[in-house]
Structures are given as structure tokens and as C-alpha cells.
Design a protein around this ligand. Structure first.
Ligand code: SF4
Ligand code: SF4
Length: 187
């Protein structure tokens, strides 16, 4: 079941219809009438799949301390809820680097690259969706636009690092090796 972060963060418990007080007085009918199908689907969408996420906090640490993004907070969704994941925050701040996916011990977070879009999901709920950048040399998708902007911002002004444009890691290495060989033969 795919659910957007918005929907996951702001969904509320559906109200179960009940028999009114007057009708209860003269019958043994069960008071709760059961959920209509739509409400049952709505209720299922609120499930946090705590059987998958063990709240170890590794995704929070890697995103905050190693990547310096701080997109995931295991915090309360709202004041009436005991659920621990704020799905709204990653959808806003995530850069789509995939570090949380690699470090999650239970595969609660997943990442899918399809048709130029990278989608990250936590326990089935969509955390973030990103446009991928194409390598100008080989044409493969290799990084998200947001991650590219993040890296550009962080290496700006650092003279020792040469930014190689929109090249994937394989083409960037090939490019660097060809330049090195070129320099060698000039001598
Ligand atoms: S999503 Fe994974 S890494 Fe994050 S708290 Fe849950 S189990 Fe741990
Ligand atoms: S993919 Fe997003 S949420 Fe995960 S570590 Fe990177 S920035 Fe943080």
C-alpha cells in the first residue's frame, strides 16, 4: 500500500458508527456497527508497520551526523498520537542520498529509481520523491538534483576539489584517467 508522507502524517482515526441510544434500550444488537470499507482502508493506511522499523535511530544519526542534512526525526506525528515517525519532515528536507537506506538494519527504508525519479519509502509510506540527474557522458541516472545542489554548495570555495560537472562516478574516473594520461604524454 503506497501512502504519501502528507497523508501519513495527517491522517486520523476513523469514527466507528454505533447504534443510537434509543435503539439500544430495546435490543441486544451489537452497539458497534463496524467500519464501512472506505474507513477500514483509511485505518489500514495509518499503520506504522512497527514490525519493520525497530526505532533503532540509525537513519536519524546517519542523516544528521554523517550527511549533515537532518531530514529524519523520530518524533511524534501529532500531540494526540503515540506514533513515532514524522513523515512530513523528510519529504521537505531529504536530498535523496540513500545513506539511511544503506544503514537501516531491517530494510524498513527502501529506495527505488524509476523513470528518472528516485522514491524513498519508510515502512511503505512515501518519505520523499526526487528528480534524478543524467550523466552527460553515458546518459545514466546517477544522483538526485537536490543532492547535486547540496554537494555544490558544500564544495563551493574549496580550491582543492575540482567539480567534474554532471558526470557519474564511472565517467568522472574515466575522464580523470584520460586527462592524466594526456598530461603524461605531453611530457
Ligand atoms: S527506519 Fe531503519 S534505521 Fe530508521 S529507526 Fe527504523 S529500523 Fe532503525
Ligand atoms: S536519503 Fe534523505 S533521509 Fe535518507 S540520509 Fe539521505 S537525506 Fe537523509
Amino acid at each position: 500500500m503506497e501512502i504519501s508522507s502528507q497523508e501519513k502524517s495527517f491522517s486520523y482515526r476513523p469514527v466507528i458508527p454505533v447504534v443510537n441510544l434509543e435503539d439500544r434500550e430495546g435490543s441486544f444488537q451489537e452497539v458497534e456497527l463496524g467500519m464501512p470499507v472506505n474507513s477500514a482502508i483509511q485505518e489500514a493506511k495509518r499503520c506504522l508497520r512497527c514490525d519493520i522499523c525497530i526505532s533503532c535511530g540509525q537513519c536519524v544519526e546517519v542523516c544528521r551526523d554523517q550527511m549533515g542534512v537532518d531530514a529524519i526525526h523520530l518524533s511524534y506525528v501529532d500531540r494526540n498520537s503515540t506514533s513515532e515517525t514524522d513523515f512530513h519532515r523528510p519529504s521537505k528536507y531529504c536530498i535523496g542520498c540513500g545513506s539511511c537506506v544503506i544503514n537501516c538494519p531491517t530494510t524498513a527504508i527502501t529506495m527505488q529509481d524509476k523513470d528518472g525519479i528516485r522514491t524513498l519509502r519508510m515502512c511503505g509510506a512515501e518519505m520523499a520523491r526526487h528528480q534524478l540527474v543524467t550523466c552527460t557522458s553515458c546518459g545514466s541516472f546517477f544522483v538526485t538534483e537536490k543532492q547535486m545542489e547540496f554537494v555544490e554548495k558544500h564544495i563551493a570555495g574549496k580550491n582543492k576539489i575540482k567539480y567534474s560537472g554532471n558526470l557519474c562516478s564511472v565517467c568522472a574516473r574515466k575522464n580523470a584517467a584520460e586527462n592524466l594520461i594526456g598530461d603524461f604524454f605531453v611530457f
